[in-house]
Design a protein. Structure first.
Length: 284
C-alpha cells in the first residue's frame, strides 16, 4: 500500500543524516563518492545535508573548488522494491493547462475540496469518495496524452541532470551496498532526448490498479515496446480527509492532487549503470 502520511519522507531524512555521517567518517564510502565525482581527496572538506522537500539534492560534498550535489535513494532489504524520484502537486496543476485529461480531474478535485468542512467525520463518506477519486484518477491516467507524459518526465528528470551523483543504498540492519553513479547515466535520458524515435505511453494496469501505471516507450524504428521501470502515480498528497474536510477531518488543512514518479525494479537500474558506478559493501 502506498503511504500518504509523510513517513516515507521522515525515514528518508533519517537515512540522509546517517549517510552524511558515514561520508565524513568512513574512508571507503567517502572515497567512492570522490572517485565518481573525479575529485582529489585532498580537496574534500566535508559532507552536509541539504534540507527541505523542495530540494532533490539531499547531500552535498563541500570541496575546495566546488560543491558536488548528490541525491540519495534508500532501498531497504531488497533491490526489487521501489523508491520515489519526485512527488509534485505543482506539475499536476502546470500540465493541466494543456492536457484535457488533467484539466478534467483537476476541476473535479477542486469542486469537491472542502465540501465537508464543518461537518462531522463520516467514514462511509471517506470510503465512498476514496473509491470515486480512484476511478477518476484511473480514467485520467488512461487518457493522459503522450506529450503530457513526456513533459512530466522531462520536468522531473531535468532536475537530476545537473552534474550531480545518484546514491542508491540497499540493505538491512546488518549489511549494506552503496552504489554511486553520475545522474547523466540514468536510462530515461536516452528516451527523453530521442524525441523522434520514442513515444511514451502508460501500460494497461494489472490486478485492478487504479492510481498507478507503468511507463513504457515505443521504438518507432523497431516497433518494440520497452518498460522503462518507471511508474506514475496520481493521488492526493495529504489524504482524503484533508481534501474533503480540511482541519475538521484531518491534521492537514487541505490536499492537492500529486504526481509521484517511482523507480520500479531497482536491481535492473543498478545493473544498467554498474559500469559507471562505484560500489561499496559495508556493515554496521
Amino acid at each position: 500500500m502506498f503511504k500518504t502520511d509523510g513517513s516515507s519522507h521522515k525515514n528518508g531524512v533519517t537515512a540522509e543524516d546517517n549517510f552524511v555521517t558515514m561520508i565524513n567518517e568512513n574512508d571507503k564510502v567517502r572515497d567512492a563518492y570522490l572517485r565518481v565525482s573525479e575529485i582529489d581527496k585532498s580537496k574534500f572538506i566535508k559532507a552536509e545535508k541539504r534540507g527541505g522537500t523542495r530540494l532533490l539534492q539531499d547531500i552535498v560534498l563541500l570541496c575546495r573548488d566546488k560543491e558536488i550535489l548528490n541525491s540519495h535513494k534508500q532501498q531497504a532489504g531488497t533491490t526489487g522494491g521501489t523508491f520515489d524520484w519526485a512527488n509534485s502537486s505543482f506539475l499536476v496543476a502546470e500540465l493541466s493547462k494543456n492536457s484535457e485529461a488533467l484539466s478534467e480531474i483537476c476541476k473535479y478535485f477542486k469542486d469537491k475540496r472542502g465540501s465537508y468542512k464543518g461537518k462531522s467525520k463520516d467514514q462511509q463518506v471517506k470510503n465512498r469518495m476514496r473509491g470515486e477519486l480512484k476511478e477518476k484518477c484511473s480514467d485520467c491516467l488512461d487518457d493522459l496524452e503522450s506529450r503530457s507524459l513526456r513533459l512530466l518526465l522531462a520536468e522531473v528528470f531535468k532536475k537530476y541532470d545537473a552534474g550531480e551523483n545518484i546514491l542508491i543504498s540497499v540493505g538491512n540492519s546488518e549489511t549494506h551496498t552503496l552504489q554511486v553513479f553520475p545522474s547523466s547515466r540514468l536510462p530515461i535520458f536516452d528516451y527523453l532526448q530521442n524525441v523522434d524515435r520514442y513515444d511514451f505511453f502508460l501500460a494497461t494496469p494489472k490486478r485492478g490498479a487504479k492510481t498507478s501505471r507503468q511507463v513504457y516507450v515505443r521504438d518507432s524504428q523497431t516497433g518494440e515496446e520497452i518498460n522503462t521501470d518507471l511508474r506514475v502515480r496520481l493521488t492526493t498528497n495529504n489524504g482524503i480527509g484533508a481534501w474533503l474536510g480540511g482541519k475538521d477531518w484531518s491534521s492537514n488543512t487541505s490536499a492537492s492532487l500529486s504526481f509521484k514518479i517511482q523507480q520500479d525494479n531497482v536491481g535492473a537500474l543498478l545493473d544498467n549503470v554498474a559500469e559507471y558506478s562505484e560500489i561499496v559493501n559495508y556493515g554496521d
